[in-house]
Design a binder for this molecule. Structure first.
Ligand code: ATP
Ligand code: MG
Length: 166
């Protein structure tokens, strides 16, 4: 673990509004060039989460859907937002062929569904959110950072969510 990485922490979502709040807070905090890797099975809540993140980034969350045929969608919020769904890619090389490296190096925020399929080419410093389904309307989000910038985001997110409770 890098010297900057925070200990992974969990957030319990009891309902869709909880997920929406979590995503909104993350969207408000995200900074230029950050990659968020979303991991979780079919229907885990990756797209629900991304909708709220996009809203928190001040883009229209209504236009977010699962990019079934378009593998990378771009939205304009306070930062450019790239929404990728790599479910249908056969390997990381196909993702590279789409020019993802340029996106990683850009000022935009990159949000990736099924990121476990392309872990080998993600920026070393990225924020990872692993979603487990714990019931019909409950989810657990495990948040892991892997470098200085993602650790700062992770910490701010924890603080922001803690402040909501008061
Ligand atoms: N607490 C919760 N947070 C998020 N979604 C929830 C929650 N409880 C129930 N759901 C439901 O789970 C589903 C999540 O769907 P979503 O499209 O976000 O999943 P996904 O991980 O993107 O799946 P896919 O891999 O198929 O794209 C939705 O139908 C949503 O209503
Ligand atoms: Mg999805």
């Amino acid at each position: 673990m890098s010297q900057f990485a925070q200990k992974p922490w969990n957030l319990d979502s009891k309902s869709e509004p909880d997920t929406a709040r979590f995503g909104d807070r993350l969207g408000r905090i995200l900074d230029r060039g950050i990659t968020v890797a979303l991991i979780g099975g079919l229907g885990a809540g990756k797209t629900q989460m991304i909708k709220a993140v996009v809203g928190g980034l001040e883009a229209d969350e209504e236009i977010v859907n699962s990019p079934t045929f378009v593998l990378i969608q771009q939205y304009q919020g306070r930062l450019p937002v790239y929404h990728c769904d790599v479910y249908r890619l056969s390997d990381s090389d196909e993702f590279l062929a789409l020019g993802i490296d340029e996106i990683f190096e850009s000022d935009g925020v990159c949000l990736i569904e099924w990121a476990d399929r392309v872990l080998d080419i993600l920026p070393k410093d990225h924020l990872r959110i692993e979603i487990s389904v714990t019931g019909p309307s409950s989810r657990v989000f495990e948040v892991t950072s892997s470098g200085e910038r993602s650790a700062a985001i992770s910490q701010k997110l924890q603080e922001s969510l803690a402040a909501d409770k008061h």
